[in-house]
Design a protein around this ligand. Structure first.
Ligand code: ZN
Length: 419
């Protein structure tokens, strides 16, 4: 049991400690092992060798957790999710396997407009319950920060309702949630008018969202069959003027220049990028745009075409990995995404783990707080039942999370929520 009177927590004898790209901690002496972390007042206070740190800290004031045969790493930062929607689409899987196209499924009443219809009909309370259940599963799988987009309302009232739900979920659940307005997800089939009128109707929401502080970022899907780069630029420029930070669903279906536009607009992240080319990657590197890669999406679409990780790495782009949790890609577990990053995109285990933690934090402008285990960083971290970080993807399809520490407090213990 957690003893609340204790000063802090010492994680000792860690079998594999993954710190991420730290800059502050330096070993006290040459050859010092890093197998111990000290957490105090919600932050990381010391890093180093178990024997030295146990001698330095008064043991009775600290809860000591022995982590032999265990890996410790930062909590996962899932920086691209569509957390809030109603309308389960499990019945579409059989149709997909039988070879029905996206259009054929939509004609049978499925697809994104099915989710939109159900989300519009759902009460806030229903959406909050769905959200809490999903967040609990994310937490048990090691996610400690999540970005959550609107975009399954696609009319003013329903988009605001979803953003309100996201903000209430942030109050109710220990996972930190960063809200994004994605009113321009796709053009809803039932909108009467043209594409520009729809974009304008979404731009009219921007001051309301800003005044009520309902979202930090805006996002738009810039792609074949979604919004053009010209339309997207108008929307993003207005959003930026009103104080929002920018994200872009970019070049998933075709290379329409969305990643280049994201670089020009200095967006925080360009996401998907299945069809992006090297010139876009170089522009993104120059502009500091994170490449947010989502290997769950091609996996559920039964595609063999994944984002070109090596191209982004060679260009010097910071890469993030995220779930893209949505009704067509029902994955809440970042460990599986790390596995897909390794097996389908040839990321090294440590590269995939860094992308799933630090990369996500950079894309959310939170790299000074979370995503790496450096001195004075927030103590959001995981103890995994895995002897080393390679085992996270190697032992594929298993939840390795034993303990989740959030802001210095143990909130998952032995794989269960500890409240
Ligand atoms: Zn998405």
């Amino acid at each position: 049991m957690l003893n609340i009177e204790k000063e802090g927590i010492i994680l000792s004898d860690i079998s594999d400690l993954f710190l991420g790209p730290i800059t502050k901690y330096e070993p006290i002496y040459t050859g010092e092992k890093t197998d111990c972390l000290v957490i105090h007042k919600g932050k990381i206070e010391a890093i180093g060798e178990t024997s030295r740190l146990l001698a330095e800290y008064t043991r009775q004031d600290y809860e000591i957790i022995h982590c032999n045969k265990k890996t410790v790493c930062p909590g996962f930062v899932d920086s691209h999710t569509h957390l809030v929607f109603a309308g389960d689409r499990s019945h579409e899987l059989t149709l997909k396997i039988q070879g029905n196209s996206y259009q054929e499924i939509a004609q049978k009443g499925g697809g994104i407009m099915f989710s939109v219809k159900k989300t519009r009909e759902a009460s806030k309370e229903e959406l909050i319950q769905l959200g809490l259940t999903r967040l609990d599963k994310m937490l048990l799988h090691g996610t400690t920060t999540v970005e959550a987009k609107s975009g399954y309302g696609l009319n003013p009232d329903a988009e605001i309702k979803i953003l309100e739900v996201i903000n209430e979920l942030n109050e109710k659940h220990p996972i930190d949630i960063i809200p994004t307005f994605l009113g321009c997800h796709i053009m809803p089939e039932d909108f009467v008018g043209n594409q520009w009128e729809y974009i304008e109707s979404m731009m009219q929401l921007l001051p309301i969202i800003k005044n009520r502080n309902l979202a930090e970022f805006v996002d738009i899907w810039t792609d074949l069959g979604a919004f053009t780069t010209e339309e997207s630029k108008v929307f993003l420029e207005e959003s930026e003027k009103q104080g929002f930070k920018l994200r872009v669903h970019a070049d998933e279906m075709d290379n329409v220049g969305a990643a280049l536009m994201a670089a020009e607009m200095k967006a925080a992240s360009a996401d998907h990028l299945l069809k992006a080319e090297a010139v876009s990657a170089r522009s993104m590197a120059d502009a500091g745009v994170v490449a947010n890669l989502l290997p769950g999406t091609p996996f559920v679409l039964m595609s063999k075409h994944y984002a070109n990780y090596q191209m982004f790495k060679d260009a010097g782009v910071t890469v993030a990995l995220s779930t893209d949790f949505n009704p067509n890609c029902y994955i809440l577990d970042m460990q599986t995404i790390v596995g897909l990053g390794c097996f389908m995109m040839k990321m090294l285990p440590e590269e995939a783990l860094e992308a799933a933690t630090y990369g996500g934090a950079v894309s959310l402008n939170r790299e000074n707080e979370i995503g790496l285990l450096d001195l004075e960083m927030k103590a959001d971290l995981l103890i995994l039942d895995a002897p080393n970080i390679d085992s996270i993807p190697y032992q594929f399809g298993t939840n390795h999370v034993n303990t989740v520490i959030k802001s210095g407090k143990i909130i998952v213990k032995n794989g269960e929520k500890s409240e």
